[in-house]
Design a protein around this ligand. Sequence first.
Ligand code: GUN
Ligand code: FE
Length: 442
Amino acid sequence: CKAHRGTVLHFLEDPGNEPEPAAGSVAFFEDGLLIEHHGKVLVAGDASAWLHQLPEGTEVTHWKDQLILPGFIDTHAHMPQLGVMASYGAQLLDWLETYTFPHEARFSDMDWARTEANRFTDLLLRYGTTSGLVFCTSHPESVHALFEAGEQQGMALTAGKAMMDRHAPENLKDTAQSSYDDSLSLLETWHKRGRQRYAITPRFAATSTPEQLSLAGKLAAEHPDVMVQTHWAENTGEIQWIRELFPERSSYLDVYDHYGLLGDHTVLAHGIHIDDVDRKRLSETGTRIAFCPTSNTFLGSGLLDFREAREAGVSVGLASDVGGGTSLSMLTTMAEAYKVCRLRGQTLTPWQAFYLATLGNARVLHQDQQTGSFQSGRFADFVVLDPSGTPQLAMKQEFTHTLFETLFNLMILGDDRAITASIVAGELRHQAAGTDAATTYF
Ligand code: GUN
Ligand code: FE
């Protein structure tokens, strides 16, 4: 086995969104030790209790003055949109047409898809993200490329081929039947191959014919353990268009409901412009929302009502939505989520934000038996965070006295410079230049 020493923090339960975390929800070891064996967590506890129990010769990496947290999880991002980030002056529908669709067309080329997939996983690791639910393009090449990259890095990725058979350029469109056949074949190749998981991925109701949505629902019914991901209720123009395309359905949510696409394996990105009927249906079906704050502010989509969703019992994950989103960093995403909540007259505690980015998101993806916390038997996926990793964080240290403040500083002021290292299934996959950890042997 191997051990990592530092300040260890992880969640056992939802801590709630109050200044004090719910009793028993947080495990915290100021001088902590995380012991890993064959890529899995053996124990997370106090260094004083565990150091002397290590077998002789065990490698101990001391991450001095650093925090050790479960690796971040992103519940909605687009691998093929790194080059679309920071596209000027558009809202969703013209953003798709002007910037996104032309860029995604390049992913029929396997070499390009591989280049971008490797960049994507490398960047995730730089930002401390070790797992995620990811859109590829409609080209099967893009899915193979992403899973190959995920497998190479040992990461748990859940991903799928975008199904889109209308209202898109020819070089992106599939057909209802080909999208079913390609999705099935990718699912058979990749689902549960190592840590990889397939996700059935109709892009959104506007780019799918009723035939395609119904085949997506059929595939989901045939594979109840496979996640479904799509977009929903992001933009008012989009919602109006859906009303025109599906006049027979009572709401945008009812479109997905009708085609058998709701349930506890479904993640709907955004879900901003919604009502109590929607929230009730989400809650009773277990359907999840991915809150994508940097995307929602950047594209001017709107402000999710986080409190209403929580109070209605809706399961909410946190996500970057790159490239509508402006950063792959889950720290930056937490900062933007906080600001969206403030604009709604609400708040987001660092407990809740870090919970969402770790165990909360693992639960959204049904991966909490694998990752998201340091309970023994989980994969040793973790991020080493430097509470003084940027000049502003370093300056703030002298005014910081509590763990709440340390975490809040990190989420508001932190970025990739605060990520010292990312470890996936016990393997060091990223370490920031110029950082050092002392390795000793016991
Ligand atoms: N709706 C349909 N496609 C997309 C996409 O690629 N990004 C976002 N943010 N919304 C979408
Ligand atoms: Fe998206």
